[in-house]
Write a protein that binds this ligand. Structure first.
Ligand code: PMP
Length: 352
């Protein structure tokens, strides 16, 4: 502690969801995909020429940038690749915001934003969600700031702003940067990534962790105008020149190539989300509308902290935050139908 900088002493780090060591839990707490990655990922890793590992990887992971560019319908200059999308988000705070140019975000959203802001000494402007947990885009538009971090679908609520409405917002703030965190967008089908061609103030950030089932490999990316990608590159090259290793780049490119598998597993998760929603509502729970791979649910009569604790005793992990406005809800990741049936059985017992 005596050696800590002032920043290290004062910062409150982000708390990730528990990763229990024992296998007894049905793990529905960190929005991981319940299905394994595409078999092509295993093939790419198995056939990776290990002798190449003595060399540094391509610093910008250009082959993977090209693969992403093809999928997103943009060019390599529009793509930046990072070690998890968390890293792209962090570098966006560092590249585009500071103590004078404030970053605006919602009071209830991905809680890493406030940590990144503190880490890089960025001024913040927090706008409360509306009563029904919808984003207050009208209030955000008026905020005095240099730009926005918007998770769409939002986390932990799962609520989606349709792409058309988001475009109106982006078009209405041409002098401000809009960073859209689309970590869960494949489960909503409402991506704004194609709009980067039209709006130089739009940066869209995506991840391989959720719909590609690759949380363990740590890869994310940003798409935007070349000037924005250049800003991220400046920061990356001032911190870690090689954030994406060669095995990771090959695995992610293989996953992108298997669109059939990707779309099929996404469809399974979305169908199961709707089944789980109906079942939770059947147990008398309030469930927010979700376009993601998780549901935010609670029941007024039973404290959500108690639901979380009792489920944990029963071997089922969900996520709970004892924070203003959201302490009546648990965030439940959509699992396999088998996992979700165990959750539902335990919940039935706890709620009765
Ligand atoms: N954005 C949101 C909204 C998230 O929930 C997460 C996952 N914790 C991330 C970004 C980061 O994901 P990753 O670093 O695994 O790409």
């Amino acid at each position: 502690m005596e050696f800590y900088s002032r920043r290290a002493r004062s910062i409150t780090p982000y708390t990730a969801g528990e990763q229990p060591k024992s296998g007894i839990y049905v793990k529905l707490n960190t929005n991981e995909n319940p299905y394994p990655p595409s078999p092509r990922v295993a093939e790419a890793i198995a056939s990776f020429p290990c002798e190449n590992l003595r060399r540094y990887p391509n610093p910008d992971a250009d082959d993977l940038r090209d693969a992403i560019a093809r999928v997103e319908g943009v060019s390599r200059e529009n793509v930046f690749v990072s070690n998890g999308s968390d890293e792209a988000l962090a570098l966006a705070f560092a590249a585009f915001f500071d103590d004078e140019r404030a970053a605006c975000f919602a009071d209830v959203t991905y809680s890493f934003y406030e940590v990144f802001a503190a880490m890089f000494g960025v001024k913040t402007h927090v706008v409360p969600l509306q009563e029904d947990f919808a984003l207050d885009l009208a209030a955000m538009r008026e905020a005095e700031c240099g730009g926005y971090f918007i998770a769409n679908p939002n986390a932990p609520t799962g609520i989606v702003v349709p792409a058309g409405e988001m475009e109106q917002f982006i078009a209405s703030v041409p002098q401000k940067l809009v960073v859209l965190d689309e970590a869960y967008t494949d489960f909503s089908g409402e991506t704004c990534a194609p709009l980067i061609q039209k709006y130089p103030n739009l940066l869209v950030i995506k991840t391989f962790s959720k719909s590609h089932s690759l949380a363990g490999i740590r890869c994310g990316y940003a798409v935007g105008a070349p000037a924005l990608i250049g800003g991220l590159m400046r920061m990356k090259n001032s911190f870690n020149s090689y954030p994406v290793d060669a095995v990771c780049a090959a695995a992610c490119a293989a996953s992108l190539a298997d669109t059939e598998y990707h779309d099929r597993t996404v469809r399974l998760v979305v169908e199961e989300r709707e089944r789980l929603r109906r079942a939770l509502e059947g147990l008398g729970m309030t469930v927010l509308p979700s376009g993601s791979n998780f549901l935010f649910a609670g029941r007024a009569a039973v404290p959500a902290g108690e639901i979380y604790a009792r489920l944990k005793e029963e071997g089922v992990l969900v996520r709970y935050w004892n924070r203003p406005r959201i302490s009546d809800f648990c965030r439940i990741t959509v699992g396999t139908p088998q996992d979700d049936d165990i959750l539902l059985e335990k919940l039935k017992k706890i709620l009765s």
